[in-house]
Design a protein around this ligand. Structure first.
Ligand SMILES: C[S@@+](CC[C@H](N)C(=O)[O-])C[C@H]1O[C@@H](n2cnc3c(N)ncnc32)[C@H](O)[C@@H]1O
Length: 212
């Protein structure tokens, strides 16, 4: 007997088969809101590496990509960052607003593949943790270009993705689709520079910082 695939796998497969790289996220958040599925990434606490990095925001602008249920965005806001947090799934944004009714975070439904033009070079801190890897590889160049474009001069971008070198690429089935070092380094484009790149979590993920 085989174990049935979890809801995220089933929904992702159907959405991707229709050529829709992100539709399954909204379906999964909706199912989770009804108690019918689990969100495999939801921990209800901030990402520990982001928490370890945290600097005082002093009113500077931060952008959280793929903000999910809002834990990273709220953590940055509590350290004085003026945070915009976006997700492609409306139900995720609604859930974050409901979880944090007094929040100062500006939660927005938006797509990294087609972001608002006003966000161009508008953020002193850009946080991308485990989102671009959740879209098939063909969308990666566009997603990485959007990401690099958000960063203001003198700002910092933090990027974390599953590391290809920790996976068996022959047998691996996405999502997520792991990053190579070169793909992480490709965030350094259009005036953005790589500051540091390390592996974390026993080599399972890359953690990189960039500036412009
Ligand atoms: C694997 S989860 C990671 C969530 C969170 N960043 C974390 O580290 O736990 C990916 C998140 O990115 C969102 N997402 C996926 N593609 C997106 C896109 N093109 N634009 C904005 N958000 C996206 C999903 O809805 C989901 O909340």
């Amino acid at each position: 007997m085989t174990t049935p695939d979890p809801a995220d796998r089933v929904l992702a497969r159907a959405s991707l088969a229709e050529g829709n790289p992100t539709g399954w996220f909204e379906q999964l958040y909706t199912a989770a809101s009804r108690g019918e599925a689990d969100l495999p990434w939801a921990r209800n606490v901030p990402n520990p590496e982001l928490a370890g990095w945290l600097r005082p925001g002093e009113g500077r602008r931060a952008l959280v990509v793929g903000s999910a249920l809002g834990d990273d965005a709220e953590h940055l806001a509590s350290a004085g960052w003026a945070v915009t947090a976006f997700d492609v799934a409306p139900t995720a944004i609604e859930a974050a607003r409901t979880r944090f009714p007094e929040s100062r975070v500006d939660y927005v439904v938006a797509d990294l593949l087609n972001p608002p033009g006003a966000w161009h070079q508008a953020f002193d801190l850009v946080v991308e943790i485990m989102n671009i890897q959740a879209m098939p590889r063909e969308f990666r160049p566009a997603a990485v270009a959007s990401l690099a474009g958000f960063l203001a001069p003198g700002g910092t971008a933090l990027v974390c993705e599953v590391a290809e070198e920790s996976t068996d690429v022959e047998t691996w089935v996405g999502p997520p689709w792991p990053f190579s070092r070169a793909e992480i380094e490709s965030v350094a484009q259009g005036g953005v520079r790589l500051v540091s790149l390390q592996t974390i979590r026993a080599g399972a993920r890359y953690w990189a910082t960039f500036t412009r």
